[in-house]
Design a protein around this ligand. Structure first.
Ligand SMILES: NC(=O)c1ccc[n+]([C@@H]2O[C@H](COP(=O)([O-])OP(=O)(O)OC[C@H]3O[C@@H](n4cnc5c(N)ncnc54)[C@H](OP(=O)(O)O)[C@@H]3O)[C@@H](O)[C@H]2O)c1
Length: 281
């Protein structure tokens, strides 16, 4: 079954699910990535300068034999590269590592600024200008941010282009009605869910095991369905071929309202990364 798309505010179509590529939990799996592209129809691949996987993602695109224009490639600018001149260099370095002429989505990885930054708002806005210019030149087909809270998003409201996407940690162990989620939905900023399994922790929750059994699906599949039915685009990571298949086979069933409500209510406010919404000035 083909993977549906969601429309960004600039009209660009983005796949409704992607694959992550950070090596943090269980490592990056090149074979699983190529398999997910070739055999599971995955086209959105999420990487970042800091993951060290941009080169691998570039290779996976070539090895797959699928035309470049069919992909939706996301990469991210790391916080030590915040600022106008350093931001421009970071984007060029990412394109070189990916061996691509353009990316489909370029994100500021987090609102944090390098140590010693005296005016973080100005630094974030200067960095955003790099993304805006690259967007206008067609080097980035869409632009966005990651780990941005409402205050950080508001800083960009007066800019020429506002973010198309905010990628945040999102899974059933967190409140699906957090203010930042409501804000993005109200302002037409598409949300992407990173760490959709809470890096593996969410799959062993008893309520999720029960709902998975009732639906004759795996826990991973019901979690991804829950995210998608909330209108959010998950980017699960797996280094395993069989899980790549499992994670992409989620468009032939629906969770009932009862299942959605039950999963909405299991959150414990657990973030597996630092909670950027509390920590960044
Ligand atoms: N913007 C940001 O700040 C940020 C932060 C973190 C992550 N990300 C992005 O989001 C992606 C995903 O996040 P993540 O890697 O932190 O966590 P995740 O996708 O929630 O979890 C990955 C873990 O879950 C396991 N897993 C995968 N599929 C599974 C399934 N169907 N059932 C059970 N377990 C499964 C993986 O193991 P195996 O690999 O062994 O299958 C791995 O240990 C990253 O790769 C990255 O691209 C972005």
């Amino acid at each position: 079954m083909p993977i549906p798309t969601v429309k960004l505010s600039n009209g660009v179509l983005m796949p409704a699910i992607g694959i992550g590529s950070s090596g943090e939990f269980g490592g990056y799996g090149h074979e699983a990535t190529v398999y997910a592209i070739q055999d599971c129809g995955m086209r959105l691949v999420d990487t970042a300068a800091i993951y060290g996987t941009e080169k691998n993602v570039g290779k996976a695109i070539k090895e797959s034999g699928i035309p470049r224009q069919d992909f939706f490639i996301t990469t991210k600018l790391w916080f030590t590269d915040m600022g106008y001149e350093s931001g421009k260099k970071a984007l060029q370095a990412s394109l070189k590592a990916l061996n691509l002429e353009y990316v489909d989505l370029y994100l500021i990885h987090m609102p944090n600024c390098p140590d010693g930054t005296t005016n973080p708002t100005k630094t974030r806005q200067d960095t955003w200008r790099v993304l805006q210019e690259a967007y206008e030149q067609g080097i980035c087909k869409s632009i966005g941010v990651s780990n941005y809270d409402i205050a950080h998003l508001e800083e960009l409201q007066t800019m020429q282009v506002v973010p198309h996407v905010n990628q945040i940690e999102y899974h059933p162990l967190q409140d699906p009605n957090r203010d930042v989620i409501k804000y993005c939905k109200a302002n037409n900023i598409v949300l992407q869910a990173y760490s959709p399994f809470c890096a593996g922790k969410a799959v062993s929750h008893p309520e999720i095991i029960k709902i998975a059994q009732q639906n004759k699906r795996t826990q991973g599949q019901v979690i991804l369905r829950w995210i998608i039915q909330h209108g959010i685009v998950p980017v699960p990571k797996t280094a395993k071929v069989e899980r790549a298949k499992e994670n992409s086979s989620i468009f032939d069933f629906q969770l009932s309202k009862e299942d959605m409500d039950a999963m909405d209510n299991i959150h414990t406010d657990s973030f597996h990364t630092l909670n950027p919404f509390k920590d960044v000035p």
